[in-house]
Design a protein around this ligand. Structure first.
Ligand code: SF4
Length: 61
């Protein structure tokens, strides 16, 4: 099953993914970037993947 991944180098911490899909993403306040908090499939994260301004969210097999 594929899983959602946030590229920590690319993420600019805009918070959009966490506000759109709080069941999948959470902001790491210490590091100022998003982190994935569960292992939902990529289908659930499609919208956030499309909306991330820097393309930091992807799916991995
Ligand atoms: S939408 Fe993209 S840039 Fe913004 S916090 Fe989420 S992963 Fe980071």
């Amino acid at each position: 099953m594929s899983k959602v991944v946030v590229n920590q180098e690319t993420c600019i911490g805009c918070g959009m993914c966490a506000s759109m899909k709080s069941d999948i993403f959470e902001m790491d306040m210490d590091q100022g970037i998003a982190k994935v908090i569960n292992s939902n499939t990529c289908d659930d994260a499609d919208e956030a993947i499309a909306m991330c301004p820097v393309g930091a969210i992807s799916c991995e097999d």
